[in-house]
Design a binder for this molecule. Sequence first.
Ligand SMILES: [Zn+2]
Length: 314
Amino acid sequence: MVQLPTSQHFKLHELGEGIFAAIHAPNGWAQSNAGIIDIGDRTLIYDTFISPLASRDLLAAAQTLTGRPTHLVINSHYHNDHTWGNLAVPKETDIISTGRTRDLIAARESKLDPSYQPTILKELGETQDRLENARNENERAHAKYFVVYYQAILNTISLLPSRVPNVIFRDEIEFTGTKRRARLIERGGHTASDAILYLPDDQVAFLSDLLFVKAHTYLEDGDPEELLQTMDFIKELGAEVLVGGHGNPGGMIDVDAIIDYIHEMNALVRHAIQDGASREHIASLPVPDKYLTWLFPNFYKENILFLYQRYSTQ
Ligand SMILES: [Zn+2]
């Protein structure tokens, strides 16, 4: 078996010959997952992490694994934990996204706020306090994750603005390689525009933050109804191995788990509104037992408050 390149920021998983998931390491500066895909005559990278240090390792791993420089880098959506690694992408290498994602990245990078650094320093200090005062392993793991997250941000913001995608696609584009096809498909729900990379010859799909595996999904920047429609589309694709934006590689069982999670939260919040529950009551609801081991427990409260706001005004 071939020895896979290693990085302190991520761990490579070989999903098929020439297909690799780069899964973020707990104390590394990837902070999200990425993919390396050898389509035969060209190498594609899907997402670039939050830090150019992690992204540099990803580009080097792609070179080692495929024997050639990366032809094209894909940005699945605009969130910084998937795109600030664009800083490490060589200028001669194209970065592709949808037009909407390109516009969202460009808008964010053009108005980087000088108060950002002190804000992050404050968040880092508060999170370090939470780490010291954690009452159980789950709280400790969660606080530790965000300490590393804020450290990665602080290290990266002095290098910003990041690169904006320079190749745009709409709806779908297919890369027909000599070894396999790769379909890049626009959908939405996690944000206004999310791009799925589906490998139909291998039954593998890279979904970025449309799928969180054993982790609370993040609804606040998207549209939960559209996300459910996108989940149905992913089920129709029928891929066997699914790589989400956070967590280990999963499968359809993890898509079903997120569908159930959204339906459960929808029902909980709609009933609470019917019963006249206050925002404070919603904010006080504990994470249900079945989700206690999931990563990002703070997203639970944010998600139900987002749904409360959304359904209260409908
Ligand atoms: Zn995201």
